[in-house]
Every structure is written in C-alpha cells, then in structure tokens.
Write a protein that binds this ligand. Structure first.
Ligand code: NDP
Length: 453
C-alpha cells in the first residue's frame, strides 16, 4: 500500500459504522470514516434518541391528568415547544461530540465529507477530491425517509423535519402506521396537538401481533387520536397558512402540518456501488452474506443500508461482527433471531419473537395465553386503560416463541423477557418464577388464561 492508504474505509458514521471503525482500530487497523452530515447517524441525530426525548416530553400531559386522582392539583402547566427542541438539540450536540471523542481515542480518522466508491479498493472524498486506497470498504450509509408520490407532496414533512419544526402544530395529519407514524402520532398528541392518523391498511402496525395491534389502536383512540383506516392521502394543497389533505374517500382534513412516515429506503444511490460491481437487492439495499460481505470481496455493508432488520442495536452487532471477522480473525455473524423491539407509543407496544400469525404460518401448533387487566395505577387515576400481555407457546415443546405486551413500561419488560425467550425458556420456566408483587410484569409469570390452542 502507498502513503495515505488505510486498512478500512467506513462510509457513514452512524451507530453501526462507528462501532465497526472503533473495533477494527482496536485490532490495529488503520481506519478512516467519512460522514457527510453529523457523526452519530440517524439514531443519535434524528431518530431513536431525540424521538425518546420527545416521547418523555409528551407523557407529562398524561401524568398531569393521572395525578389528580392521587390528590394532586397541577395548575397552570404549560408546554413550550422551542424549549424542548433547544434542550433536545443541546443533548444531541453533546452526544455527537462524545462520538467524535470515541473515534479520536480509538485512533480513527474522521473525514467530514461525502465519500464515493471508485473501485473495489478506492474511495474518493468529495470535499477534497482525495482518493484513498483501502484494503476493505464498509458501507454503513443507513437509510432515508421515503417521500410519497402525490400532488402536493412538496408540503409533506418527514421525521427528519418533525424534529426541527419551528412550532408545535395545532393539528397534524400523519400518513402511515408503522413505527414512526404511530410514535409521532402519540408524541404530537401528548404535547397537545390534534392528531389524525391515515393508514391504507385495515389495522395499524402490520407485522406485529394482531391482538397487540388492535389493543394499541383502541388505546390511542380512547386517548383522542383519530385513526382513519383503509384510506390514503390522495392530494395536498396549501390554503393560506393551512394545508388541506384530501383522502382517497374525498374526505378533507385541514392541518398545520402533514407528516408522511411511509417507510425508509436504503442510501445506496450515487455512492459508486454499481460501478464497483456491488449487487443490490430488489428493494435497493446492498445484498450481503451472513458475514455482511457484498458481492465484491473487499466491500462489506451493515445496518439499514442492507435492509435486514432496521434497528440500531442490530446495526451495532453487525458492525462489531464485521470487525471481528475481518480484522480480529474471529469469524462472527450477527444473530438476527429473537430481536426485541418496541413502538414507543402511548402506551408502549413491545415484542420479542413470533406473532401468533407468524408462528402459525411457520407450522407451529400453538397454545396462546393472553390477559388484559387494569393497571393498579388506573384505579386511582381513573384512566380507562388496560394492559395486554400475550404468550405464544409451541404446544409440542412448550417453548415460549413470542411475548407481546401493550401497556406502560412494555419496552422495559420485553428487554428482560427477551433474555428468557432467547435462552429457549418454556412456559413452565415462566410459571416457576415467583411473581414480584405488585407489578404489571408479574402477570407474565402468572398467566394461566389459555385462550386458544
Ligand atoms: P414502516 O415500514 O415501519 O411503516 C411504513 C408504513 O407506511 C406502513 O404502515 C405502511 O403500510 C405505510 N406505507 C408504505 N407505503 C405506503 C404508501 N405508498 N402509501 C401509504 N402508506 C404506505 O416504516 P417507518 O417509516 O415507520 O419506519 C422505518 C423503520 O425504521 C422501521 O421499520 C423500523 O425498523 C425503524 N424504526 C424503529 C423504531 C423503534 O425501534 N422504536 C422507531 C422508528 C423507526 P403497510 O403496512 O400497508 O405496508
């Protein structure tokens, strides 16, 4: 290699790229990482982290309402959007600096520029025009929100802009019913906006367990979110300061903002992948093997750009496994089984393992255990809410194949339940565990209500 060469060039300093760069450098590799926007990537800058901060902010309104039954008078509570956004931005800047520091400490050189692949061992840095020769190239460019194709699409915001709105909309229409649409519907509603969610399908959150989907929608509706199913937004027009969305039924909705959350697409355009011979899947994602290697031996890809499971902890695992494999001489695969996930709605929906429908599709004969109960807190708060828990159990082996929870604290509960499920716990193992009283999660180990099987 010549001077200026590196062992690893990482394109994209999101969670996965940063982990791969740091671990590879720890193995002694000379590593350079390019980032065209901000170090930290989607999760840190305009995804999971700021989203969760907004979720926290949005929940205070429910807490204030619930507090009354416990004897509190919360008078004069007011919400200020610019304060929230300013404080959120400060925290994101702190995290971004921490990511920079981590990379510097690991000896990774950061290049603040877009980078494109010229051939299987060459990357060009657009800002300077420099060409870097690299033993291995890692594509960790993530994804971007898909913009809908409709008249007036230019008026639509995506999650990127939702984090930076100058003011809180009084009424927002949100299109889609995946993670992002549902989470933002609950965030904006909790902060005081009137929210209308428009979804083309018959139920929100396709792919999740059906009981959990129905339960969460009912909870959202009971809190005051309007959910319109079986419709799309046909067009949008500007009407003074307001926007008017016309739905496929002809129904019109006036709003201050219209947000689209109809999925994310991998960032594979204009980075030289095709020219280098890297094969893409039909969905435009980089096609990779179980070691995250692309169709070109020296080019790997991890995270959302591969469209396997678009979750930060998965991208981090893929980045780590890549570095172990290529630079640590320890062939490692990221495990994509039993990955827990949560929709940070109000209330939360969290899940690990198979939905009932997916398990049946795979041919399992099932025992289904399900409960719905009023949480203790609701007895005094008076809130009309219930928690739904469900275990999907393989009748032949009694293994718990899936756990699904909708209710306050569901995400925290599922992370723990996921350990048991991942270890192959049987229903009897859940039953043998003594309940911790009084909690909501104790219902998971006292679930005797077999509803089908
Ligand atoms: P999703 O793929 O989860 O959901 C997309 C939604 O848009 C679906 O409801 C889909 O409907 C609908 N849709 C798709 N195309 C159209 C269309 N042309 N017209 C109308 N509706 C349409 O995408 P998101 O954008 O919500 O999130 C992207 C990914 O980011 C997630 O899959 C997840 O991996 C990750 N993420 C994870 C989070 C978490 O872990 N908490 C939070 C946020 C994002 P249909 O069901 O009919 O296809």
């Amino acid at each position: 290699m010549t001077e200026g060469d590196v062992d690893l060039f990482v394109i994209g300093a999101g969670s996965g790229g940063v982990r791969a760069a740091r671990i590879a450098a720890g193995y002694g590799a000379r590593v350079m990482i390019a980032e065209e926007y901000r170090v930290g990537g989607t999760c840190v800058i305009r995804g999971c982290v700021p989203k969760k901060l907004l979720v926290y902010a949005s929940r205070f309104s429910h807490d204030f309402e619930d507090a009354v039954g416990f004897g509190w008078t919360v008078a004069g509570a007011k919400f200020d959007w610019p304060t929230l956004i300013r404080n959120k931005d400060k925290e994101i800047a702190r995290l971004e600096a921490a990511y920079h520091a981590t990379l510097h400490r690991a000896g990774v050189e950061i290049v603040e520029s877009r980078a494109v692949i010229e051939d299987p061992h060459t990357v060009r840095i657009l800002k300077t025009g420099a060409r870097i020769r690299a033993g291995t190239i890692l594509v960790a460019t993530g994804g971007h929100p898909v913009k809908p194709d409709m008249p007036g699409a230019e008026f639509v915001i995506t999650s990127n802009e939702a984090f930076q709105l100058p003011r809180l909309p009084r009424h927002i229409v949100i299109q889609g019913a995946g993670y992002i649409a549902v989470e933002f519907a609950c965030i904006f509603h909790g902060l005081g906006a009137q929210v209308t969610l428009v979804h083309r399908g018959p139920e929100i959150l396709r792919g999740f367990d059906d009981d959990a989907r129905h339960h969460l929608r009912a909870e959202m509706v009971s809190r005051g979110i309007k959910v319109v199913l079986g419709e799309t937004i046909a067009s949008i027009r500007k009407n003074g300061q307001q926007l008017e969305a016309t739905l496929s039924s002809g129904e019109k909705h006036t709003a201050d903002a219209i947000m689209s959350a109809v999925g994310r697409a991998p960032n594979t355009k204009d980075i030289g992948l095709e020219a280098a011979g890297v094969k893409l899947n039909a969905d435009g994602a980089v096609a990779v093997d179980e070691f995250s290697k692309s169709s070109v031996d020296s080019i790997y890809a991890i995270g959302d750009v591969t469209n396997r499971i678009a979750l930060t902890p998965v991208a981090i695992r893929e980045g780590h496994a890549f570095a172990d494999t290529v630079f640590g001489k320890k062939p490692s695969r990221a495990d994509h089984d039993y990955v827990p996930s949560a929709v940070f709605a109000e209330p939360e929906l969290a899940t690990v393992g198979l939905s009932e429908a997916k398990a049946r599709e795979r041919g399992f004969d099932l025992d289904i255990y399900r409960t719905g109960f009023r949480p203790l807190k609701a007895t005094l708060s008076g809130r009309a809410t219930s928690i739904m828990m469900k275990l999907v159990v393989d009748r032949a082996t009694h293994r718990v194949l899936g756990v699904h929870i909708v209710g306050e604290g569901a995400a925290e509960m599922i992370q723990m339940a996921a350990i048991a499920v991942k270890m192959g716990a049987r229903k009897a193992d859940f039953d043998a565990t003594v309940a911790l009283h009084p909690t909501a999660s104790e219902e998971l180990v006292t679930l005797h209500n077999k509803v089908s099987g």
